[in-house]
Each structure stands twice: as C-alpha cells, then as structure tokens.
Design a protein around this ligand. Structure first.
Ligand SMILES: *Cc1c(COP(=O)(O)O)cnc(C)c1O
Length: 460
C-alpha cells in the first residue's frame, strides 16, 4: 500500500488464512503448578465427581472441566468446520487510535464481534452444542444476561438441530427486545427470569417481588429446567474452565499472528465478566510465562460497580443465586450481590473463572476496576477514529489500553499493547443513549454493601 500514513510493514488487518486456524485448544491448567481449586458438591463439600456433574452437564464437557493435565485437546472436525465460517478473526493494528492519542505505543486489538452473535461467545457455544448433539441429547438450557450468550447458543443449536431454552434476565428481556427476536429467529425458546416456570424462580419471586432478575437467578432456573427435562443438559457460557479452554482459540490465533509478523506484546488487556474471553486471549501467552519462556503484563479490567477481582474475596462460593450449582473457589462478591440498577456496562457476574482467580492470587496477572462513564468515553473515542462501535463490555479493555498508551506517551516507551475487542455494541444503544444524553452515572458499592453479601458466603 503506497503512501500509507504509517511507515510500518504491519498491515492494518492481520488475517490468518483458514489453513492457519489452530487445530487444538490449549488448556493452560496443564502449565499451572497450583491447579485451580476443584468445584465442590454443595451438600458434601467434596470435589464434584464426573457422575454428579454429568447429571447437569454433557459428558464430554465434564471431562474437559475436570482435566487439569492435557495441554492440547484436538478440536473436532465439525467444530472446525463451523469456526471456518467466521474464523480466524482479525488482529487489527489501531493506527488511527495511536495517531489520535499521539502515543509511541503500538496498539492491536483482536476483534471477536465479526459474527452474527456479535461476540466471542460463539466460540464456546458451537463446541458445547456439538458435544450435546454427539451425546444424543434433545436439547440444552441456559441463561443469558445481556443476550450475547443466548444468541450465540441459539445459533449453535440451530446449526446442530438441538432444542434451546434460554432464561433471559428480565431487565434485559424488556430492554433488549431485538436480542430476543434474534434468538427466536434461530429457534430458541426465551423465558424472562425470574419466572414461575421453575421452583427456583418462584422462590426468588416470592422473596424479592418486582425483582428485575440477575444472572445468578437465571442460572438457577436454567439448571433446574435441564434437570427436570428428559434428555436435556445445562450449558454455561463463561466462568467454567471448559469455556476458557474453548476460548483459547482467541489467544492461539493471536499468538500465531504475532509470530507471523514478529510482534512481541508487552501488555495484554481484556475485560473480565466471568473471565472467559480474557482467559482465552491470554492462555498461550500465560503458558509461556508459566513455563518461564517469556514475561508479559496481563491486565483484567472490570467495572467499578461489580469489582470481583479488585474488591472481592478469594473463597468458595455458589455460582448462582438459587444455590443449586456446585461451589467454586473464585474471587467473588458473594452470590447475593447484584450490581446497582444504573449499571449499563455489562460484566455483572458476581464471581470469576477459577483459573484466572488462581493466576491472580499468584500475582501472574493484574486487575483494575473502571467506572462506566469513563468506559463509554473510551468507547466513543475509539469508535470515532477506528470506525468500529464496541460493546460496552469490550470498552472496559479499550479504556485501559488507552490509559496504558497515554502512559507510554509520557515515558516515550513504544510498548506493544494487545487488547481483546470482544464484541459489537449494536444492541447496546440504550446504554449509549444514556451516555450521549449525559444521564449516565457511576455507582461504586460501599464496603458495607459488599460486606452484606460477603457475610452470606458459605462457611465450612
Ligand atoms: C459476555 C461478554 C463479555 C464478558 O464475558 P467473559 O466471560 O468475561 O468474557 C465480554 N464482552 C462481550 C462482548 C460479551 O458478550
């Protein structure tokens, strides 16, 4: 490209060819000296067995969840075939953002919003639907918050011809009718949660009449529905180690693109809700660090209104509000914690991936919490120069990428920064409207508020 405004040899978009698509997922647990703590049966407090978990989850997925040792797990051909429709995803050099910030830093983002579901969640949805089909199941149930996971799963289920029942957090169901219609178009049944279709939902409705729901509550409903419907299992789109495994495709492609073009990242940044995109993006790089081959700064970015890493406790907790799920050791705000009503930026889950939790506890990665108005300011700045409307969740990573690039401007260091741009913001225009109207506010929970939900952490 002659007369480009930049002199570098690195193209704006780095696409790998289909032949370069990774053929196996990478399981970072294989390189961890201290493995993530096992998930426990809430009744016995003993590690969950394959037997127990396979009542709720698909067999092959339980095997992946319990596998701390196999470093590379081959991706079955039908999943690779589906991946080929939208992968490899591009790694993009943010030349225009660099210019706007007047920074010597080199900024790249791995864009996962280039598929109809609009986020990275499709990477695991396709895998989970495939294994459900392999097992001969009729269908799966799940929960969805903002709607990205439900959308991804409904696409995957329609591809593999499985029934899909989605419990959608009620406030999102009402605020995002278009998400609901995408899911229904792909054949999913969508129920606002809490609902009167489950025991767990009825209990929560009774205790909190008028509640607009939470992810933890929708999980309880979806699990109950799976257990009480013949030949059906529950699937989860984040938090679990099996999901991190599938999302390693993001990091493996990023690593391959970096090798191909001689790019050496100094800082790798991702937003953290339940930890799936971040754990996937950093996995192979973290593997290098754990094996002593390289050193990186990994930064998890979370909302100040739901600060699991930066203000949470590293403890065993319930994964859901209804307490029907196993206990996981993770950074948590307590399963009763619900972010304040003004919170529009996503990433509202109370807990965090047990893999990332262990790595954070060991000091292998950092975390920062940012307020949503500063997140949307970063989103707008990025959108205007890069021509890409980011999801609010992804914009947490943009905020910190910009902050790190501005630090480079002060010090004159030309650091290489990679961040995960996990999705598109097209379904989040209500939140953007609040920001554009100047009515968006920030809310940081007080220590006393957090203590109230810490007090309810299981004790044993
Ligand atoms: C779900 C979602 C996230 C957060 O989930 P993680 O499991 O932490 O990755 C981030 N970005 C987008 C676009 C999402 O849909």
């Amino acid at each position: 490209m002659a007369n480009s405004f930049h002199s570098s040899d690195i193209p704006y978009k780095i696409y790998l060819s289909e032949d370069e698509l990774p053929q196996a997922w990478y399981n970072v647990r294989a390189d961890m000296k201290t493995k993530p703590a096992p998930i426990l049966n809430p009744a016995t407090h003993q590690p969950c067995t394959f037997e127990e978990l396979s009542h709720v989850f698909c067999d092959e997925l339980v095997k992946q969840e319990l596998d701390n040792d196999t470093a590379y797990i081959p991706i079955p051909q039908p999943i690779l075939d589906f991946y080929r429709m939208y992968r490899p995803s591009p790694l993009i050099r943010a030349y225009f953002l660099e210019k706007e910030l007047d920074t010597p830093a080199k900024i790249y983002y791995k864009f996962e919003g280039n598929n109809t579901s609009g986020s990275h969640k499709l990477n695991s949805a396709v895998a989970q639907a495939y294994y459900a089909k392999q097992q001969g199941l009729d269908g799966v149930t799940t929960e969805t918050g903002a709607g990205q996971w439900g959308t991804a799963l409904s696409m995957a289920c329609s591809f593999f011809n499985l029934a899909c029942h989605v419990y959608m957090v009620k406030c999102s169901y009402e605020q995002k009718p278009h998400r609901r219609e995408v899911m229904r178009t792909f054949g999913a049944e969508v129920t606002p949660s809490p609902s009167d279709t489950t025991e767990a939902g009825r209990r929560i409705l009774q205790a909190h009449p008028g509640t607009t729901g939470s992810l933890g509550c929708a999980i309880s409903e979806a699990v109950e529905k799976a257990i009480t419907t013949p030949n059906t299992r529950y699937v989860l789109g984040s938090v679990l180690s099996l999901v991190s495994l599938h999302q390693s495709i993001i990091g493996l492609e990023t690593q391959a693109a970096c090798k191909k073009y001689g790019i050496k990242p100094d800082i790798i940044i991702g937003c953290a809700g339940g930890g799936s995109n971040l754990s996937g993006l950093i996995a192979p790089f973290m593997g290098e660090q754990l094996r002593g081959e390289a050193k990186y700064r990994f930064i998890a970015v979370e909302p100040a209104s739901c600060p699991s890493f930066t203000r949470g406790k590293y403890a065993y907790d319930f994964c859901d509000t209804g307490h029907v799920c196993p206990l996981a050791k993770m950074y948590t705000l307590g399963s009763d914690f619900i972010p304040s009503a003004n919170h529009a930026g996503g990433l509202r889950y109370h807990g965090m991936s047990s893999i990332l939790s262990e790595l954070y506890a060991e000091g292998q990665m950092e975390a920062v919490a940012v307020e949503q108005t500063s997140v949307f300011a970063a989103a707008r700045q990025f959108a205007r120069v890069e021509g890409n409307l980011p999801a609010p969740e992804s914009s947490h990573a943009i905020r910190v990428a910009i902050d790190e690039a501005l630090k480079c401007k002060k010090t004159g260091e030309a650091k290489t920064i990679i961040f995960g741009l996990t999705g598109t913001g097209f379904f989040d225009m209500t939140a953007y409207k609040n920001f554009n109207d100047g009515t968006m506010t920030d809310y940081i929970p007080t220590d006393a508020e957090l203590q109230r939900s810490f007090d309810l952490l299981p004790k044993f």
